[in-house]
Design a protein around this ligand. Structure first.
Ligand SMILES: [Zn+2]
Length: 400
């Protein structure tokens, strides 16, 4: 039997360089007019019961586009010469918006203005070369093939391009390209554990070493350890920004306009993105280098995290862990790694070497059997052990 293919999709965002952004606006306007037409037709046609989206597309086309028999249709499309795949993309967008309208419980008012981005199906783009692409564009008068340059991102060597979208932003037009990458190792966690693969257990702290990783072999022995640092630098850079916000609030200069402060908030968001990307990447790279095939994270517990984070303050290293965790999960899948999340009860209170309870002293611990070491690393090791125990066959209970 052939092995199933696993894949992940990442959206590569690129800036569009063109002297004719007005054409892109015209194209989007037309797209949304067609969308609105089909949106209303959908809602009028399918009043009792919604069909599947393929069925809906077929029905809507039958009502609006003359077939080979050239017989007049009930609701002819009011625009001439709309390319087939442009129309189909607009119909599919319309079906999506109309379905979400129908599933809404309250505020049932039909939308009258749409600003959906244009999705380019095959036939609407060609000759993609990584830094340039040719798109079929509506100039307001005619359709033409328009070559545009792309900047700001790189496309992986492997994988497959899917229908790109033209996204008009205030900062300029962008092309968003969903990129499909096949994942080489699609085994489940259970299969990996059965094969005796190594695991990497990861915990988060409020220290400079905000991510602590422990690599275990299948027997539970600690094979390697790595601390990913950057917590202090992150907190420091955030503080510089929050100080500026406080200052501007105190001077009252932001009272009249929120714009200077929104720039600072954007900066904080960028810091969060930058550090969580870089730290998650280091965790993934180390895991790969150590040959581990499973990453174990402590389960995200909303209430626990809320208390912990409010105590540590916003923009503290531990606060960054939410973003790091999401990015680890996302990158791991692409790299053929599996991520498991386990409850973190007791991982900090016992010694991983012997199971005795421990005493914490600043960043270190000591247990009554004399084991000592880094407190946070001990927690990571315990988390890894918990994972291994969870996959061991349950021993039958002996009754006495
Ligand atoms: Zn011990």
């Amino acid at each position: 039997m052939e092995k199933p293919q696993y894949y992940s999709i990442t959206v590569k965002k690129m800036n569009i360089l063109t002297r004719h952004s007005d054409w892109l606006v015209k194209t989007q306007d037309l797209y949304n007019q067609i969308l609105e037409f089909y949106y209303n037709l959908y809602l009028d046609t399918f009043q009792d019961g919604r069909p599947g989206s393929m069925e809906a597309l077929r029905t809507l086309e039958k009502l609006t586009i003359p077939g080979r028999d050239r017989q007049p249709v009930q609701y002819p499309l009011p625009w001439q010469k709309v390319p087939l795949y442009f129309r189909r993309a607009a119909i599919n967008s319309a079906i999506a918006v109309a379905s979400s309208y129908l599933s809404r419980e309250k505020q049932k008012i039909r939308s009258t203005s749409f600003t959906e981005s244009v999705t380019c199906y095959k036939g609407m783009y060609r000759d993609f070369e990584g830094n340039a692409i040719t798109l079929k564009i509506w100039t307001g008068e005619k359709w033409l093939w328009h070559r545009i340059k792309l900047r700001g991102n790189t496309i992986p060597e492997e994988g497959q391009m899917m229908s790109p979208s033209i996204v008009l932003k205030k900062t300029g037009p962008e092309l968003h390209i969903p990129w499909k990458i096949f994942v080489k190792d699609g085994r489940t966690a259970k299969e990996r554990m059965a094969a005796g693969e190594k695991i990497c257990a990861v915990t988060f702290t409020n220290q400079d070493a905000l991510t602590v990783c422990c690599v275990l072999n299948s027997d539970g022995a600690k094979e390697n350890v790595f601390f990913v640092r950057g917590g202090a630098e992150y907190a420091h850079r955030c503080r510089q920004v929050t100080d500026k916000i406080k200052k501007s609030e105190a001077s009252g200069s932001s009272g009249s306009s929120a714009i200077p402060n929104s720039r600072y908030w954007m900066k904080l968001k960028n810091l969060n993105d930058f550090y969580s990307h870089s730290i998650s990447r280091q965790v993934i790279n180390c895991t790969i280098k150590q040959g581990a095939k499973i990453i174990v994270l402590p389960e995200y517990e909303k209430e626990y995290s809320r208390i912990l984070m409010s105590k540590a303050g916003n923009f503290s290293p531990i606060h960054l862990s939410t973003a790091i965790r999401e990015k680890i999960k996302y990158k791991a899948w692409q790299e053929g790694l599996v991520v498991l999340e386990l409850q973190q009860h007791n991982i900090s209170s016992t010694c991983a070497a012997c199971g005795a309870s421990l005493h914490k002293k600043e960043q270190n611990f000591v247990c009554k059997n004399g084991h000592q070491g880094n407190y946070y690393l001990n927690a990571s090791w315990n988390l890894g052990l918990k994972c291994i125990r969870g996959f061991q066959p349950k021993e039958p209970r002996t009754s006495d």
